[in-house]
Design a protein around this ligand. Sequence first.
Ligand SMILES: [Zn+2]
Ligand SMILES: [Zn+2]
Length: 362
Amino acid sequence: MKGLSYLKPGVIKLQDIPKPEITSPTDVIGKVVMTTICGSDLHMIKGELEFINKHAEETGRGVVLGHEAIIKVEEVGSSVKHFKKNDVCIMSCTTCCGKCHYCKEGCPAHCLNSIGICGCYLGSIIDGAQAEYVRIPYADFSLYKCPEGIPLSSCLMLSDILPTSYELGVLNGKVKEGSTVAIIGVGPIGLAALLSAKAMKPAYIVAIDLDDSRLEKARSLGADYTVNSGKEDVVKFIQGLPSIDGRLPGVDTVIECVGSPVTFELCQNIVGVNGTIANVGVHGRPAKILIDKLWIMNIDITTGLVNCTSTKELMDRVADGRLDPSKLITHHFKLSEIEEAYKVFSNAAESKAIKIVIENDY
Ligand SMILES: [Zn+2]
Ligand SMILES: [Zn+2]
């Protein structure tokens, strides 16, 4: 079968690889219906994660990327209870055993049975879904049947981008009706956070980015204010916003979707009293905490890896129309064209790509 493999830093290839087989009774083999590319796939391709480089070298054929997919069940392991052949399912980016300490504590991102790395190991430590077929471990806890009436491409957004932005940004950030919210970085995850924050009916949302076209997209998805941090003083802008119910300057929730020391510091300069900084961004370097400024303000800082425990709740919101993830889809490709899709996705400044749907045409 064909699979898009990461071979070594900077090198990916759509190549012939063996079709996956059931290796544990809790596995499902799924025929991939559609998949997509994530920002974290680009991080991997750059060679930023040493353990993946090592693994890709050891296999001799790289590792198939992709942790977001809609699959059609092809084969089920003997102990899989909830799925049968031909079920069409959302493959969650977090696979988990459902039984270990962290799974039972509601933190399956750190499932102890997911090879000790984290729940998100599909498409990094084991072959992922940018292929004709994928093996899904612990299928009973890692798949969700696609509901009738929602386009499959919208269901695809429930694999990763919606739960990630909702759990780490909106829920951790305690966004609620009447909240004031700022989102730093409105790439795919920031825009998804905007959509799910908007559904909570906040007083306003400020989108902050360096790219005017992303800010324009944020405005079209419901941002009340947009600020280009390369051109304007963000702190001044936030302090100049009208006070709601006598709140002091600053916003209730800052959602960080960039993952850099500069943006993390900016969060701390725009959060208001009793506010929350909800980190979503992937940080590769240490960042400063301005504890001398924050300690007196009753600020929470939250971090995390997505648990995908909100998938069902988000699915219901998509089904009743409160959340429309189709607005995030900008491009369509076939699996046979996936190398081209990567070029378009990695050149988002020009292509304006947000999420790309890749259908299996083999
Ligand atoms: Zn992802
Ligand atoms: Zn577990």
